[in-house]
Design a protein around this ligand. Structure first.
Ligand code: SF4
Length: 264
């Protein structure tokens, strides 16, 4: 590893003892350099995996196995079945940047005494144009929006930024890749949440506790099994999984009431 003169890469090299997992990618030191593969292929024979060169990893990471575009590269839907070998630490950095752009730099930055984190309030305060309204969410609804958007079913980055009343992700949560500030999908989702809050006509609906339980179960099923054609960044779609998850979180506020009332 004499060719390591990048501090982030040197730190990663030290952490590779002899392997580590970066979100859904397992990196292992081998005699000829490093080997990368999907974590679900940990036990697979190398011959059974499709060999790719590191420049091909960007294409591999751009779409799911079902062919859908992956707007968030840290979403837990990286396709499996491939193996990539690189000869040097410099190539390892290039390979990781194809799979998880910026992850190595962010991982290293997060280990500094004062990580460069931008919290929701500071981030939204400097938004202009269509995203200015994201600053209008009060702390409690903003926390719900963040919890829904950054749920581990949608993104494996460990969130280090927050809003008052919401804790950051625990060190062991999700993956080694930190999230240092709200991403573009988060901003789009927050904007949609504000627009939903601003809808003037809000019909009232009275539900029995058991009906709340049924709705929660239906939402859970829908979040867990989105259609293959679902575009995850399309928050305008009523059945977008993040929107379903946000509704789940709102309904869960009523669960204690449902329990007290004898609901299932
Ligand atoms: S803001 Fe949330 S969804 Fe976006 S990258 Fe960070 S943790 Fe993931």
């Amino acid at each position: 590893m004499a060719d390591v003169n990048n501090p982030a890469l040197a730190a990663l090299s030290a952490a590779l003892a002899p392997e580590l997992e970066l979100a859904q990618v397992r990196v292992r030191r081998v005699a000829e350099g490093f080997e990368l593969r999907h974590v679900s292929d940990r036990e697979a024979e190398p011959e059974s995996l499709h060999r790719v060169d590191f420049p091909e990893l960007r294409t591999l990471a751009s779409h799911t196995a079902a062919g859908e575009f992956r707007p968030i590269k840290a979403a837990p839907n990286l396709r499996a079945g491939w193996l990539c070998r690189v000869a040097s630490a410099a190539e390892l950095e290039l390979a990781l940047n194809q799979l998880y752009p910026g992850a190595l730099a962010d991982w290293f930055a997060a280990q500094q005494p004062v990580p460069p984190v931008t919290h929701y309030r500071a981030f939204t305060a400097r938004q202009t144009g269509m995203y200015r309204i994201t600053a209008m969410l009060a702390d409690a609804p903003a926390a719900q929006v963040i919890r829904a958007c950054c749920d581990e079913r949608f993104c494996l980055k460990r969130r280090l930024w927050s809003v008052d009343g919401l804790t950051v992700d625990a060190p062991e949560a999700k993956s080694l890749i930190p999230c240092l500030e709200p991403c573009a999908v988060m901003m789009e989702f927050a904007r949609k949440a504000v627009r939903i809050e601003q809808e003037e006509v809000k019909p009232t609906l009275t539900l029995a506790p058991s009906e709340i339980t049924t709705l929660l179960a239906a939402l859970e099923t829908a979040v867990a099994r989105p259609p293959a054609s679902q575009r995850e960044a399309d928050v305008a779609a009523a059945d977008n999984p993040r929107r379903l998850q946000l509704l789940r979180l709102k309904l869960q506020d009523f669960v204690p009431i449902a329990a007290k009332s004898g609901g299932e």
